[in-house]
Design a protein around this ligand. Sequence first.
Ligand SMILES: [Zn+2]
Length: 176
Amino acid sequence: MSKKIIKILLFLLISLFLIISLLEFFSKRCKTQNQSYASVCTEVLKKHDLYGSYNGVKDDVPINDVLSNHVFYVDRNEIGSTNGIACWFHGYAFVANDMPKAATSYVALHEALHLKYFTYSETKVNYMAGKEVPFGLLQTVFDSLARGTSSIEKKGIPCYLGGVWRNFKLYFLNME
Ligand SMILES: [Zn+2]
């Protein structure tokens, strides 16, 4: 390899390292105080009269049955402003009803898979659903990025970028 190429590679490597360090720093500093998973589930289950009714999904239930019988479409503010949540202990999942069509199908399948395979990681479920509904995964990513930009004014760009990085690690790299 010529010296020039080595220099360029080194430069790219150092830049990448610096960018990732900065994103890590942002994401650690800007931890959002989201409502806890348990309290979101309790509230939304109560609101839809499902609290106290245990309807856990058995392994042999076909995924389409999970989708039609265990997944509900609700206002985003009922589920802590996330795209979806799987309250697997009760056997119900909730999906925000304000996303484009393919994104909605993707998130619904993602949450249904959480119910069926509750030990699987976020990343595994993400790729499983993405294989079935690839365009939905893409649409969800862009929809979430666009939705996030409305919070830039409130949180600032560093915290927005930190949040994007945190989600990228969680959904694609199996890192929390
Ligand atoms: Zn998930």
